[in-house]
Write a new protein. Structure first.
Length: 99
């Protein structure tokens, strides 16, 4: 009985985690309506304004948090750097002094 409960719990947890996994972006390297593909600098900007974009996306279907028409790895790198810059990265914990 206990083994069946463990297997069932593990199966449910794995199914939930698998449902959260991102899929492939079919629009990488394809231009948007204006004929542009977002790169590193656009990713940096989008990461920096992510909090405001998230709030705007809750009220409008025309606002997206992430640009799907991007060039892949460089956009993602810029996006993550922008988020780290806005939220302080890990530097806040490193700057604390012990007393």
């Amino acid at each position: 009985m206990k083994a069946a409960l463990i297997v069932t719990t593990a199966t449910v947890c794995l199914t939930l985690l698998a449902g959260c996994a991102p899929g492939p972006n079919q629009l990488i390297d394809s231009p948007d309506e204006q004929g542009k593909v977002a790169g590193f600098w656009k990713g940096l900007w989008h990461g920096f304004i992510v909090l405001f974009t998230l709030i705007g996306s809750l009220f409008s279907d025309k606002v997206q948090v992430y640009e799907v028409h991007n060039n892949g790895g460089l956009y993602n790198l810029g996006f993550v750097f922008g988020v780290m810059m806005f939220f302080g990265g890990g530097g806040g914990g490193a700057a604390r002094h012990s007393r």
